[in-house]
Design a binder for this molecule. Structure first.
Ligand SMILES: Cc1ncc(COP(=O)(O)O)c(C=O)c1O
Length: 295
């Protein structure tokens, strides 16, 4: 049975309760993180914590948790939920006000929640077993602070459901100028003639931890280059390869967009190389991330 953390307690998921006055429930007033656990260790924890602290600061939630406090809670949670490959969800909301008012309540303490779940969608050991995903393009209808990892995900949820209703895996979003932003729950990369590009990490996208790692690995390896630039819709359809990235899905090739085949429709050579770099990095750092407490 899954043991979750809620406001200082570790308890079975079915027993965890929050107030109906919690602003996460009433307003979607909170932020979250999703962190993969590989080989029993949290992968890229420091980067996820940095983004969580940035999201908290951007929405003005004052949570006095330092690095050690996060570490202690998460090591205990990992100990209580043993597993080599999992996904950690953390949510912090502004807490419960006495009445429902838009303005920040002065009396509320932030609600802190964390849970671990099985992770099924990660890359298989052999990249040859990866099947390209299918996607549709949609106009991006979300708000103008997509850089904050907000729990107000209605826009993303509706876009993602539209993709599922169209029997594809992901919605690739375009702004009003027809430029690529990101996926409903992923970042997007395009490859043309060996040049890799991805949209800049401005307020229109979530700066993905996987995106940043992919850029770092590509630039360090130096076989290919990666530029962060505006990508018009046409380039999606002229690309040799398109990939999506996220913590849980890692780096996946896109084979079909809006019914049109991308490149050969099969995982491309550049994806193979970069996904290989990513896997090697994950294996090397497999024992270096935050791990369960030993007692
Ligand atoms: C909208 C959006 N963009 C990008 C990402 C990828 O971010 P990360 O690589 O940090 O998981 C996510 C992940 O949830 C997301 O929801």
């Amino acid at each position: 049975m899954s043991i979750v953390y809620l406001n200082g307690e570790y308890l079975p998921q079915q027993e965890a309760r929050i107030s109906v006055m919690d602003r996460g429930f009433l307003f979607g007033d909170g932020v979250y993180e999703v962190v993969p656990v590989f080989n029993g260790h949290l992968f890229r924890w420091d980067q996820h914590l940095n983004r969580l602290q940035r999201s908290l600061a951007e929405i003005r939630i004052d949570l006095d948790w330092d690095h050690d406090k996060w570490q202690k809670m998460l090591r205990t949670l990992l100990l209580k939920n043993p597993g080599r490959t999992q996904t950690l969800y953390i949510q912090v909301t502004r807490g419960a006000g006495v009445t429902r008012r838009h303005g920040f309540p002065t009396e509320a303490e932030p609600t802190v929640f964390a849970m671990l779940s099985p992770l099924e969608s990660h890359l298989p050991d052999s990249l040859n077993k990866v099947s390209p995903i299918h996607a549709i393009t949609l106009q991006d209808h979300r708000w103008q602070r997509c850089d904050i990892k907000s729990i107000s995900l209605l826009g993303n949820v509706l876009h993602h459901q539209e993709a599922l209703d169209a029997k594809v895996d992901e919605a690739i979003l375009l702004n009003a100028r027809g430029e690529l932003t990101e996926g409903s729950a992923t970042n997007v990369f395009v490859v043309k003639d060996g040049e890799i590009s991805t949209p800049p990490a401005d307020r229109n996208i979530l700066g993905g931890v996987t995106r940043d790692l992919a850029i770092e690995l590509i630039n360090t390896d130096a076989r290919y280059t990666c530029s962060e630039r505006i990508i018009p819709k046409d380039e999606l359809f002229l690309a040799d390869e398109v990939w999506i990235t996220s913590s849980n899905r890692e780096i996946l090739p896109v084979g079909v967009i809006d019914g049109c085949t991308v490149g050969t429709g099969q995982p491309g050579a550049v994806w193979h190389h970069v996904a290989g770099l990513y896997q090697a990095f994950r294996q090397q750092s497999g024992n270096a991330g935050l791990k369960p407490a030993t007692n």
